[in-house]
Design a protein around this ligand. Structure first.
Ligand code: BG6
Length: 513
């Protein structure tokens, strides 16, 4: 047996617990997610000394490749992500952790071979029989791969070792299929072994929503219907559908973004304080919010949701083609690339406080933010002054690309008469804490290696997310859109999205460059 090199000291001092010894198996190792996200994230973990010295990765995919070919790919991916990172001693160790096995996920014999290979790697890398499997494949394989792993004893955890599986999104394409997938998985694995990933939970600023709310005494007392007028959640993207036309045209923005990413943002913003940071304590509170979202009746779907599809337009001075001209998109596609909705949460904290959300492709800027708009101060005092109206206070949680928090309030404009101007108090993450290289997957992979499920979705949460969007899917399917495309690329969506707030006397806050 070849002697493995000692791992050199990591580049950065370790903060936190080191991942446990394990083999990570990536199904779909030749794909985009593996190259762009998973491999750079593993490298960042190695640099931060958060990866066990007893670690290996086994890539599995249909593409024929040797270990050496795979290592070459790993090298290229890391180099692209971080050009200076592939020259040092740590790199030499890291590269040798990678192995590859070609195979067809539907072929039952693959799993017997996989077992053999895993046992060999386990011995060579002393990984204590701890294995986790990352499903970076097409969603149609998720259930059957896990069944095949279980049939070959690869999900058994009876000797003190662990076996876990990370399931990528989309988790189902509606409520029914999500339930079916949950059943299929839970037949052969325990909920504690299933890590349903939502990469939004890997973002620092998303995790900070909880820290901000619960580590500061000043915000929580006013975080309710008495002081908050409404909440806006916007996830704006400038990209179109890139190479993913065939997936996206089946999914649409509603399925792609709302039951998962946007539901995470809503639940973290609206949840009650959990009794601890224990995985189930946090997820119980998130789940309660998802269950408390008022289901939309058919009429409400018509009055409280908006869908859109982009036509030709201009973004940042460059011409952007219509969705219907994108690769692998039918020329008469009726798939939505924009969604806006008004939701209400039926509990004491939030009764009658609208949560407006919107997400779209080909918008003027890439910007994800949450606006908490407070109720207005009474105007009484200003009646006999030149001030015509008071502007509401807004607290904005900037998720990306700018990461920070800002508070907008009114201040007197200097001068002899009473005039008011809106000013912002800003906190920028980067300014205080610098910038750490991160793909957003580091924390999630590390959590899986230490068995922390807090940032992963439980079966009930995924189903609750789908329950919110299912009535919308049904009505939209029954009434196909007749006015697509209805917003030019490079704009903030169809005019109905503005009207959704205007009819309630409110306005979206748009952040331009
Ligand atoms: C993915 C969606 O889950 O999230 C994509 O499938 C979307 O369509 C992406 O572009 C957005 O992620 P991020 O991290 O760029 O906001």
């Amino acid at each position: 047996m070849a002697q493995l090199a000692e791992r050199p000291t990591a580049t950065l001092p370790r903060i936190g617990k080191q991942g446990e010894p394990c083999v990570m198996v990536i199904f779909g190792a030749a794909g985009d997610l593996t190259g762009r996200m998973l491999i750079p994230a593993l490298y960042n973990l190695a640099r931060a000394d958060l990866l066990s010295k007893e670690f290996a990765v086994l890539g599995v995919a249909r593409t024929a490749m040797s270990d050496e070919d795979f290592r070459k790919k790993v090298h290229d991916h890391v180099k692209e992500y971080c050009p200076d990172c592939t020259e040092d001693e740590l790199w030499d160790w890291f590269e040798k952790c990678f192995y590859y096995m070609p195979g067809d996920f539907g072929d039952k014999e693959l799993y017997a071979k996989l077992k053999e290979r895993l046992n060999k790697l386990d011995q060579e890398h002393s990984t204590h029989q701890n294995f986790f499997y990352y499903m970076a494949t097409a969603p149609s394989y998720f259930g059957s791969i896990v069944e095949n792993l279980a049939a070959n004893g690869l999900m058994d955890q009876n000797d003190g070792h662990w076996r876990r599986v990370i399931i990528e999104k989309p988790f189902g394409h509606d409520l029914e299929s999500a339930k079916t997938l949950n059943k299929q998985l839970l037949k052969v694995a325990d909920e504690k072994q299933i890590y349903r990933i939502d990469h939004y939970l890997g973002k620092e600023t998303v995790q900070n929503i909880m820290a901000f709310r619960f580590a500061n005494g000043i915000f929580e007392p006013i975080w309710n219907r008495r002081y908050i007028d409404h909440v806006q959640i916007s996830v704006a993207e400038t990209v179109g559908v890139e190479q993913r036309g065939s997936y996206f045209d089946q999914a649409g923005s509603l399925r792609d973004m709302v039951p998962n990413h946007i539901m995470q943002l809503i639940s973290l913003t609206a949840m009650e304080p959990p009794i601890s940071f224990d995985a189930n304590a946090v997820r119980d509170e998130q789940a309660k919010i998802l269950h408390a979202i008022q289901p939309l009746s058919d009429e409400e779907v018509l009055s409280r949701t908006v869908r859109g599809q982009y036509g030709d337009g201009t973004i940042d001075g460059s011409r952007a083609e219509a969705y219907r001209s994108e690769a692998d998109v039918p020329a008469d596609s009726r798939t939505e690339t924009f969604v806006a909705m008004k939701l209400l949460i039926d509990n004491w904290r939030w009764a009658d406080v609208p949560f407006y959300l919107r997400t779209g492709k080909r918008m003027p800027v890439r910007n994800t933010h949450i606006v908490i708009q407070f109720r207005q101060a009474p105007f009484v005092l200003f009646r006999d002054t030149p001030v015509e109206h008071l502007m509401p206070n807004q607290l904005v949680l900037h998720i990306q690309p700018e990461e920070g928090i800002s508070l907008r309030f009114a201040a007197k404009v200097p001068g002899p008469v009473m005039r008011l101007g809106g000013v912002d108090m800003n906190f920028e993450y980067q300014q205080y804490f610098g910038k750490q290289p991160s793909t957003g997957y580091e924390r999630l992979l590390h959590d899986c290696m230490i068995g922390d499920q807090t940032l992963f979705q439980r079966a009930d949460m995924v189903e609750a997310g789908w329950s919110v969007v299912n009535p919308v899917l049904d009505v939209w399917k029954a009434l196909p859109p007749r006015n697509f495309p209805n917003y030019p690329a490079g704009t903030w969506g169809p005019k109905e999205a503005d009207e959704l707030l205007e009819k309630d006397g409110r306005r979206w806050r748009n952040f331009e460059k």
